[in-house]
Design a protein around this ligand. Structure first.
Ligand SMILES: *[C@@H]1O[C@H](CO)[C@@H](O)[C@H](O)[C@H]1NC(C)=O
Ligand SMILES: *[C@@H]1O[C@H](CO)[C@@H](O)[C@H](O)[C@H]1NC(C)=O
Ligand SMILES: *[C@@H]1O[C@H](CO)[C@@H](O)[C@H](O)[C@H]1NC(C)=O
Ligand SMILES: *[C@@H]1O[C@H](CO)[C@@H](O)[C@H](O)[C@H]1NC(C)=O
Ligand SMILES: *[C@@H]1O[C@H](CO)[C@@H](O)[C@H](O)[C@H]1NC(C)=O
Length: 469
């Protein structure tokens, strides 16, 4: 339909304009951005009757547009352009070989009416919703069983208008688990990039049971005391790359997960081959990177580097419990700069928090081969609290070339270690005896793998589109 409109416009223009000039106008109307794949067909939300006045509900417009565009899935793919405006909507579903693109002045405004949020089943690896038993509200932007989906923009905005949801959470008024801003489930080849996410009702970005996921250039802002406003939560995902993100939130900036207790063990789907780099995090009540607490499907091969943490409770934190089963192993973190922290490092086997009382008391988590190196921290209250389980000690912990400058009001004992084993080298203040000092010549002792993961090789290309609307 848009191509036809463009041709008509050119025919009208030709008699009075030179060919050169008439060619100019679509070029002036072009826009470019980077994506893993470009699309053959494009349309604007306006074409489907969208009204961006901030009060008209556009849920059906989004869904009709995407359902219509899904016909191009096997024919070059399609893009839905969201123009400047405030587009009030409830939850809608994406399709395959599809791009949702937000203009920099486009705001997708999440409805505060629960009727605009369909209730979907709990995640099989969790067995229940996190806020309430049973179902959960579908995310603002939801996709399931997709291949090749891109959500991007010139830093346009998703506004979750979370205030009302946070109040319902605090007042115990939630019948179902709060929605997330973006959830992509059972999908492969996913890109989420160049967007600003504000005031999510709960988690912000949740790729789950998916592979080949790139999250790039995302800014996430939520009040630092808002409940459960985690930034990016890769959950039972393989091959994920999170880079160049800036996150200020009321919960973990990145929380790596893989299911909860007996449900996560039965589902058995780990998060593995995860890259996190160039992340800036402010999270006064939580962690820069949390591993767990739901890790029952296992977490393996996580590589995090070039991270800046400011006014954050802990740097890396590993949370697990008896009954979780699963494992957290082969974790590599380097070049993290921390300013004003309660803990640089925290790990615990006593996190508790169970899905229900049917967890298996013999399902012990395995925590092994954890490597932290090349870090500087200042104004830190406690260097580290590392507490494993007496019947399942955390082993293979390696900390090298880490300088932690304690705060004036720091705890007298900077390191507390129980049921953990490992080595250290070139660490200040002097670590606990459980991390046997190898001497200053072993300052490079802790591993960081130099070979790339498959997701490192995925490149974005420049896509050019002509706005014929
Ligand atoms: C979106 O997907 C969910 C889960 O598959 C489904 O329950 C819901 O009906 C879908 N919504 C629409 C409008 O198709
Ligand atoms: C989506 O994929 C999951 C896992 O492969 C499968 O169990 C489910 O039936 C699929 N759903 C749809 C709607 O195709
Ligand atoms: C969008 O924001 C990112 C992260 O702050 C920034 O690097 C990028 O230049 C911005 N892009 C545009 C088109 O403004
Ligand atoms: C150090 O941390 C404390 C909180 O623990 C904070 O009040 C203070 O401003 C910080 N000082 C500096 C120099 O950042
Ligand atoms: C120690 O870490 C710092 C960064 O904090 C880095 O610049 C330096 O090269 C590292 N030293 C060694 C010997 O690896």
């Amino acid at each position: 339909m848009d191509v036809l409109l463009l041709l008509l416009a050119l025919m009208v223009a030709l008699p009075s304009l030179s060919v050169v000039e008439s060619r100019k106008s679509p070029v002036l109307n072009s826009f470019q951005y980077c994506a893993v794949s470009c699309r053959a067909y494009g349309a604007s939300l306006i074409d489907f009757g969208g009204v961006g006045d901030g009060t008209t509900l556009n849920t059906n417009v989004f869904q009709t547009a995407i359902d219509h565009l899904s016909q191009y899935s096997s024919n070059g793919g399609s893009q839905l352009y969201v123009p400047p405006g405030k587009w009030l909507t409830g939850s809608f579903n994406l399709t395959s070989h599809f791009t949702l693109f937000l203009h920099k002045d486009a705001v997708i405004l999440a409805s505060q009416d629960e009727n605009d949020w369909p209730v979907i089943d709990p995640l099989p690896s969790y067995g229940r919703g996190r806020d309430a038993q049973g179902g959960r509200f579908s995310s603002l932007i939801f996709g399931t069983n997709l291949t090749d989906v891109v959500i991007t923009g010139d830093n346009g905005t998703l506004d979750g208008q979370g205030e009302l949801w946070w109040q319902k959470f605090h007042n115990g008024e939630l019948k179902y688990t709060r929605p997330y801003l973006i959830e992509i489930m059972y999908s492969t080849d996913v890109q989420i990039s160049n967007l600003i996410l504000v005031n999510s009702p709960s988690w912000n970005v949740h790729p789950v049971y998916s592979s080949n996921v790139i999250v790039q250039g995302i800014t996430i802002l939520a009040p630092v005391h808002s409940p459960n406003t985690d930034g990016i939560n890769p959950d039972s995902c393989t091959n994920t790359r999170i880079e160049d993100c800036y996150i200020v939130s009321g919960d973990d900036c990145v929380a790596v997960k893989s299911g909860w207790d007996e449900y996560g063990i039965a589902y058995g789907m780990p998060t593995k081959q995860l890259v996190i780099r160039r992340l800036t995090c402010i999270s006064p009540t939580s962690a820069v990177i949390a591993l767990g607490s739901e890790m029952s499907g296992g977490i393996q091969d996580v590589r995090a580097e070039d991270i800046v943490a400011i006014n954050t409770e802990s740097g890396v934190r590993i949370k697990t419990a008896v009954g979780r089963g699963g494992y957290v192993k082969d974790i590599y973190v380097r070049r993290m700069t921390m300013k004003t922290m309660k803990w640089a490092f925290w790990m615990t086997g006593n996190y508790g928090s169970h899905a229900d009382n049917n967890f298996d008391p013999n399902a012990l988590p395995v925590i092994q081969n954890i490597n932290y190196r090349d870090m500087v921290a200042e104004n830190v209250t406690i260097a580290a609290t590392l507490e494993g389980l007496s019947n399942a000690p955390f082993t293979g912990i390696c900390i090298s070339n880490v300088t932690i400058e304690l705060a004036k009001k720091a705890k007298k004992v900077p390191w507390t270690c129980t049921d953990v084993a490992g080595i250290s080298s070139g660490v200040t203040p002097v670590p606990c005896d459980q991390l046997q000092d190898q001497g200053p010549e072993k300052i490079g002792a802790c591993t960081f793998p130099e070979y790339p993961l498959p997701i490192d090789d995925v490149e974005v290309q420049t896509c050019t589109y002509y706005k014929n609307f």
